[in-house]
Design a protein around this ligand. Structure first.
Ligand code: 5GP
Length: 322
C-alpha cells in the first residue's frame, strides 16, 4: 500500500488542473504551505489556482506568490483541490464546504483529531507545520527547495514553530531550516519581513488587551478580551491579534492563556495556549473546537461573562486545576 505522500505526489505529477486552498483567517503556515504547493505545481508546469476565503493578510504581503490568491471560488472547480492546514472541513470556509462535492479533496494537515475529510488524507500530527510536509512533497517530486519555494516553506515552518521554539519543533524541522539556509535562503531578511510588521495602531490595541487580562483558578488561567469596539477605536482588525496570546502565556503562574475575541453578538472566537503536558486541545474540543496540545481554538456562543465562566470551568476540569 503506497503511503499518502507517494499517492499525493503521484496525483500532482499525473493531474493537470488543481486548486490549492488553506483555512480562513490564514496564519503563516496556511499561507506559506499554500504558496509552497503553488510553486511545486508551477515547477511541474501544471494549471492551478490559489484560494483562501479571507485573502492574503497584509502582514504576509511579502510572500512570493506563485499566482494571485482568489477570495471567490471559480465557477467550475478543478478535479483536485489540495486543502492545507485544515483540522476539519469547516476550516476551509463555508463557500468551499458547500461545493466540496464538485471536486476531489486532498487533505494535507498536522492537527490532532483531523477528521480525514478528504478523498486523500495525509495527516501527521507529529509535523510542527504543514510547511514541513510541503518540503517532503518537494523531495518526493524531485523539486529543489530553493528560491521562492524555500521562502514559502520557511515562512510556514518558522511561524508555526514560534521560530523553532515550541515543543512541536522537531530535529527534522531544524535540519530543514539548516538546509534552506545552506542552499541560499536569507534567513535574517525573512525573519525581519515576518516580524517587522507592527503599526502604531496595533501597539495601541495590544496595550489595551494586556490591560483586560484577568487571572483565575489560583492565577493558573489567564483570560484576555478583545471586543469589536476595541478594534474600531484603535483602527485595527483580527490580523493585529496574532501572537498576542503568546505573551500572556509568559506569565509565570499561568498554565493556560486564553483570548476571547468578539466576533458578533454573544459570539466569541477563543484562542488557547499552554506549555508541556497541559492539553488545551482537549479544552477547545469541549466547545467543538480543535488544534494542537499547546495551541488550540474554537468558538463560544454566549454573553462575555458566561463565556469566561465556561472557559474557566472547563479548563479547571480538563487540566485538573481546582
Ligand atoms: P489560533 O489560536 O492561532 O487561532 O489557533 C490555534 C490552533 O487552533 C490552530 O492550529 C488552529 O488551526 C486551531 N483552531 C483555531 N480555531 C479553531 C476552530 O474553530 N476549530 C478547530 N477545529 N480548530 C481551530
Amino acid at each position: 500500500m503506497a503511503t499518502p505522500l507517494k499517492r499525493i505526489s503521484d496525483i500532482l505529477r499525473d493531474g493537470d488542473d488543481f486548486m490549492v486552498a488553506s483555512h480562513y483567517n490564514p496564519d503563516g503556515d496556511a499561507i506559506g504551505a499554500m504558496c509552497g504547493v503553488g510553486h511545486l505545481l508551477r515547477s511541474l508546469g501544471k494549471h492551478f489556482r490559489l484560494y483562501n476565503p479571507s485573502g492574503l493578510p497584509a502582514r504576509y504581503d511579502f510572500t512570493p506568490l506563485p499566482a494571485p490568491v482568489l477570495t471567490e471560488l471559480p465557477d467550475t472547480l478543478p478535479r483536485w483541490t489540495i486543502v492545507l492546514d485544515c483540522g476539519s472541513a469547516e476550516r476551509m470556509g463555508e463557500p468551499l464546504v458547500a461545493r466540496a462535492g464538485e471536486t476531489r479533496i486532498i487533505n494535507i494537515d498536522h492537527h490532532l483529531g483531523n477528521s480525514e475529510f478528504g478523498e486523500e488524507n495525509w495527516v501527521d500530527m507529529h509535523q510542527p507545520a504543514v510547511g514541513c510536509m510541503v518540503a517532503l512533497l518537494a523531495e518526493a517530486l524531485g523539486i529543489p527547495l530553493t528560491g521562492e519555494l524555500a521562502e514559502c516553506v520557511y515562512l510556514a515552518v518558522a511561524t508555526d514553530t514560534g521560530f523553532f521554539s515550541y515543543g512541536s519543533t522537531t530535529p527534522e524541522s531544524l535540519e530543514l531550516a539548516a538546509r534552506l539556509l545552506r542552499d541560499g535562503l536569507n534567513i535574517a531578511d525573512m525573519n525581519r519581513r515576518i516580524t517587522k510588521q507592527w503599526s502604531e495602531e496595533r501597539m495601541h490595541l495590544w496595550t489595551e488587551v494586556m490591560g483586560t487580562v484577568e487571572l483565575h483558578l489560583d492565577r493558573q488561567v489567564a483570560i484576555g478580551i478583545i471586543t469589536r469596539e476595541m478594534f474600531e477605536r484603535t483602527g485595527t482588525g483580527s490580523d493585529d491579534t496574532e501572537n498576542i496570546i503568546n505573551f500572556i502565556r509568559r506569565l509565570k503562574s499561568v498554565r493556560m492563556a486564553a483570548i476571547l475575541r468578539e466576533e458578533g453578538p454573544d459570539t466569541f472566537k477563543f484562542s488557547l495556549r499552554s506549555y508541556g503536558e497541559d492539553n488545551v486541545q482537549a479544552v477547545a474540543a469541549r466547545f467543538g473546537g480543535g488544534g494542537h496540545k499547546n495551541a488550540s481554538g474554537g468558538t463560544i456562543r454566549a454573553p462575555l461573562k458566561a463565556a469566561k465562566t465556561m472557559l474557566v470551568e472547563v479548563a479547571g476540569d480538563v487540566l485538573g486545576i481546582r
